[in-house]
Design a protein around this ligand. Structure first.
Ligand SMILES: Nc1ncnc2c1ncn2[C@@H]1O[C@H](COP(=O)(O)OP(=O)(O)OP(=O)(O)O)[C@@H](O)[C@H]1O
Ligand SMILES: [Mg+2]
Length: 421
């Protein structure tokens, strides 16, 4: 409902009348699936009409690849998709499209960097989905500031947000971030857009992680996992199996953590190496783990469980390029370090679950039964953790109150000939 009013300065303007909340039209249920399962999982089902989604990541992570694959899949499903390539030539994009199988008639491509032109292309092409790669490369000649400057990036994004809302058009923007998250990148845009999906991974691994850092239409808990290959990004449905693929059982300094990334339970191998320090201050290195948490666990191991680590270098890492930061992995990290120190392997089919407190006590972790169900699915037979551990079919529970008890339980288990793996 719109009525004509007069502003205090006397000029006429339109005023929307407030409506009962139940009568507000919604379109959030008409999500458009991107056709990329892992991206849809992170988006809570797909793109909401009129929403603006920023796909942020470091250079070379595969943002353009993911975008092109999603547009190709949506075009194949009948959507008219317009991709504005502001960084690459149409030939480059075409070659990528050939490689990832996105040569679809409904995928329209234009190379342009001027914001007024982008708006005109949308008017002409009337797309169902708009994508801009990247927002940093788009400029409005009417605005001050160099291309890529904070003012330019933010104001251009604002204009695209207005366009999205006015046309109920889902818009995807690519944004670059550096390691520090600085530059006129996604950090300045986070407030402007509806959803920020971060796309990251380790340059030396092919694994890529998708996370919603902000999502106005769903949870930010979901994790998407993809692998970069010759023909683009492929979803990884069985992540635990992938993380455990290179594991060598019978090696000391290795423990399996049952962590939760978003709603998805993951089994991850934590590795540790303990070596005598060469005189200087001891080195402590954490890869894929929180270094402050590692320092705390080393102190607890030493003070509460009698594992002497003074004068030793300790290296700990989460295998496979995954990042494990939740306290539920504490016990696995501590067991891996103790196993490395003693040079005694842990039982190969035992998984560890639990937070370690400063008193050396084991604490419960949320959603333990889902994590343990994943462990049982992958063939683990024993779980060690706090007394609150739930019983899960197929798993023998070794419930112990403290870290010292957990060490005794697993190494006694490891010595039992019946369970030699
Ligand atoms: N022929 C190929 N085979 C396998 N992987 C490839 C091939 N070509 C490119 N890649 C992978 O794709 C990555 C680049 O992907 P993409 O261009 O989508 O990244 P981006 O995040 O958009 O990068 P930029 O920040 O430069 O725009 C490369 O780092 C490489 O891992
Ligand atoms: Mg790119």
């Amino acid at each position: 409902m719109i009525s004509s009013q007069t502003t205090p300065s006397g000029s006429p303007r339109h005023l929307d009348a407030p409506v009962p909340i139940g009568e507000v039209a919604t379109s959030a249920s008409d999500r458009r699936r991107t056709g990329i399962g892992e991206l849809d999982r992170v988006l809570g089902g797909g793109l909401v009409p009129g929403s603006v989604t920023l796909l942020g990541g470091e250079p070379g992570m595969g943002k353009s690849t993911l975008l092109l694959q999603a547009l190709g899949a949506m075009a194949a499903a009948g959507a008219r998709c317009l991709l504005v390539g502001a960084e690459e030539s149409p030939e480059q994009v075409r070659l990528r499209a050939e490689r990832v199988g996105a040569l679809e008639a409904g995928l329209l491509l234009v190379a342009d960097t001027s914001l007024p032109d982008v708006l005109a292309h949308v008017d002409n092409a009337q797309p169902d989905v708009l994508a801009v790669d990247s927002i940093q490369a788009v400029t409005d000649p009417a605005l001050p500031g160099a291309p890529g400057s904070i003012t330019q990036v933010r104001d251009c994004a604002h204009r695209l947000v207005s366009l999205a809302k006015a046309r109920a058009l889902p818009v995807l923007l690519v944004g670059h971030v550096t390691k520090e998250g600085t530059l006129a990148g996604p950090r300045t845009l986070e407030h402007v857009v509806d959803t920020v999906v971060s796309f990251d991974g380790d340059r030396h691994h092919t694994l890529r992680f998708l996370h919603a850092l902000k999502h106005r239409f769903g949870s930010t808990q979901e994790l998407g996992l993809m692998e970069m290959g010759e023909t683009g990004l492929v979803g990884v449905p069985d992540a635990s199996a992938l993380f455990l693929a290179d594991r060598r059982s019978g090696t000391s300094g290795s423990a399996i953590a049952a962590v939760l990334d978003g709603a998805r339970p993951l089994l991850v191998e934590v590795q540790a190496l303990v070596a005598p320090s060469g005189g200087g201050p001891p080195r402590r290195s954490a890869t894929g783990l929180d270094s402050a948490r590692l320092a705390l666990l080393l102190a607890v191991l030493e003070q509460r469980a009698g594992v002497p680590l003074t004068g030793t270098d300790v290296y700990a890492s989460a295998a496979g390029g995954v990042r494990v930061t939740e306290p539920g992995a504490d016990l696995a990290i501590a067991l891996a370090v103790a196993s490395a120190h003693l040079d005694r392997p842990l039982p190969a089919t035992t998984v560890a679950l639990g937070e370690v407190g400063l008193g050396g006590e084991l604490r419960q972790v949320p959603q333990a039964s889902r994590r343990l169900a994943e462990a049982a699915r992958l063939g683990f037979t024993h779980v060690v953790g706090p007394p609150t551990l739930p019983e899960v079919p197929g798993l023998v529970t070794q419930a112990v109150p403290t870290l010292a008890d957990a060490l005794r339980a697993v190494f006694r288990e490891a010595d039992a000939p019946a369970r030699a793996a």
